[in-house]
Design a protein around this ligand. Structure first.
Ligand code: ZN
Length: 211
């Protein structure tokens, strides 16, 4: 894994996104704090931990201890979202909030002022390799508007199905942090494929800036 990460970094990857799943909130189980701790030893890039778990508050201290830099929690998984976001900040990490495809963007308004990033799910969380849900583009656009209206600076991240066929539209909609799994690691050429995806994103960004 360390080699794959180094290759993605050489290709221009600037954040390592870690999908944490518990088998309850989502129907799959992946990595936890021990893997984050081991990744920490092999990269200086920010570790962006996306917690797809129930009761995230119980695990936030362990992720801080493991060396996570950013931690995002799901709107749908937090009974006390404001408190969870505060807890992340109290542990010296940057808080993010995530919304599932069927959750309305406006529900995030009360917490937008306290997050470092908003993560828009463009697939249903749980598995890699899913097809991009186009409605996510409306949410990205709406978040960009809200950020301007509210005078905030959070970053907009998108996760799920980001690849060559979708990267242009997500960047045009306003996403700034692109999570890519299969599109970078799927064919075993992480450096080449990260670079190609990043170049496509930068082209889309330049074009959007000109218009
Ligand atoms: Zn994720």
């Amino acid at each position: 894994m360390a080699e794959e990460i180094a290759a993605a970094e050489r290709g221009g990857g600037s954040v390592i996104h870690v999908d944490v799943m518990d088998g309850h909130f989502v129907p799959n189980i992946t990595v936890g704090p021990p893997i984050v701790q081991s990744l920490r030893k092999h990269t200086k890039l920010p570790l962006d931990c996306h917690l797809m778990i129930e009761n995230p508050d119980e695990f936030i201290p362990a992720f801080a201890e493991a060396g996570a830099n950013w931690v995002s929690v799901h709107y749908e998984a937090c009974r006390h979202l404001h408190r969870s976001l505060e807890l992340i900040g109290q542990h010296g990490m940057k808080p993010g909030v995530v919304i599932n495809p069927a959750t309305k963007t406006e529900l995030l308004i009360p917490v937008l002022g306290m997050v470092h990033h908003v993560l828009v799910m463009s697939v249903n969380p749980g598995f890699g390799g899913q097809k991009f849900i186009p409605y996510a583009l409306n949410k990205i656009r709406r978040l960009k508007e809200l950020r301007q209206e509210m005078g905030l600076e959070f970053r907009i991240e998108v996760d799920g199905g980001v690849a060559h066929d979708t990267v242009k539209s997500v960047v045009e909609a306003g996403a700034e942090l692109l999570v890519a799994g299969n599109a970078v690691f799927g064919e075993g050429h992480a450096e080449r494929d990260a670079r190609a995806l990043l170049e496509a994103a930068q082209r889309a960004e330049r074009k959007a800036a000109q218009e």
